[in-house]
Design a protein around this ligand. Structure first.
Ligand code: TRP
Length: 339
């Protein structure tokens, strides 16, 4: 079967399971802003229905959903050029996810490493939603016939599963309906790690606030967190290759490089041989410099939650205009009667 050509369209999402972090900004949003100018349609979603795969306090979920949206807007996601909305406003996501639950195989889900990591030894107590989450993610992407999915390395397996679901659907129903999506994996240096443990991703839901930079942290807090960030006793090396076994050092240098829009090479040309006592304050200053305009704008937006809600609702209308016909056609293909 030949593959239909689909219009290039990017889709990505951030879970509002807590406030927005520097990791979300450098690892995702900054790149999404750039993709707006790459000549393809861009659809960006606050994936609130993914957040509830682990329990969320309802008031905190509402706040986090608006905070993530405010962070995207303040960083330069333009609701006129991109479609920006929250997932729950477009019911088609849940509806297509159900169909994909019936396409995906239990054996496939059992191979998802993120579920194993998150559920840990307590898999029996994890929600069924957490287990099925990759089918909802596939629905998010395929409802828009998304062809490009900018995500971190940790989501690659889910995008591959999306391809498997699309391929099996097309095969089982003898159609050429869903595209086989490409993950657009972030380049090196874009994955921001935990400030206390360089082997873990910086996460908005980790236990200690000291392990992450929140987009709404003030200058003093940012300086304190970088000052206390874990490092090793060695000075900064002269070349990026010497960072291979130094995850915490590498992380701080990568953060600096990403904030300065340069590479680790250039950062080490400036700071190689120096101690952390000089580098950490420079990093904090740079971070405050880059983040202050964004956090100021975020606070301004968050002062008027009704306006954020109107923006998300308008984005949801545009999203639905794409998603509804795709879902309707899917129902027809599957043989589900509808009006
Ligand atoms: N699972 C993604 C994460 O945890 C978030 C997400 C949900 C997503 N749906 C998506 C990312 C669709 C890309 C495309 O980061």
């Amino acid at each position: 079967m030949t593959q239909t050509t689909f219009t290039p369209r990017a889709f990505s999402g951030i879970k509002p399971s807590g406030g927005l972090t520097l990791g979300n900004y450098l690892g995702a949003i900054k790149r999404w802003v750039a993709m707006q100018d790459d000549g393809m349609e861009t659809v960006y979603c606050v994936v609130d229905m993914h957040a509830i795969t682990v329990w969320q306090d309802p008031a905190e979920l509402r706040d986090a959903t608006r905070e993530v949206a405010a962070g995207m807007l303040a960083s330069g996601i333009d609701p006129a050029r991109s479609i920006l909305f929250n997932q729950a406003r477009v019911a088609e996501h849940a509806e297509l996810a159900w169909i994909f639950n019936c396409v995906a195989r239990v054996g496939w889900m059992n191979r998802m490493t993120q579920f194993k990591d998150k559920a840990g030894k307590n898999a029996e107590k994890a929600s069924l939603g957490l287990y099925a989450y990759p089918a909802l993610m596939a629905a998010d992407i395929l409802l828009y016939h998304g062809t490009h999915v900018p995500v971190g390395e940790d989501q690659k397996q889910h995008v591959e599963l999306t391809r498997d679901i699309a391929a099996k659907f097309n095969h089982d129903y003898k159609v050429d309906f869903f595209p086989l999506t490409e993950p657009v994996i972030e380049g090196p240096g874009m994955r921001v790690m935990n400030l206390r443990d360089g082997s873990k991703k910086m996460s908005k839901s980790g236990d200690s606030d000291m392990e992450r930079i929140n987009m709404l942290d003030d200058a003093d807090t940012i300086a304190k967190k970088f000052r206390k960030a874990r490092t090793d006793p060695e000075p900064l090396p002269e070349a990026p290759a010497d960072l291979a076994d130094r995850p915490e050092a590498k992380n701080l240098i990568d953060i600096y490089a990403a904030l300065a829009d340069t590479g680790a090479e250039a950062v080490l040309a400036e700071f190689g041989g120096e101690g952390w006592g000089r580098f950490k304050p420079a990093l904090a200053d740079l971070a405050v410099d880059k983040l202050a305009p964004i956090s100021t704008e975020m606070r301004r937006l968050l002062d008027d939650p009704a306006e954020i809600d109107r923006t998300l609702a308008a984005g949801a209308d545009r999203a639905r205009a794409i998603a509804a016909p795709v879902l309707a056609r899917t129902y027809d293909i599957v043989g589900l009667l509808r009006d």
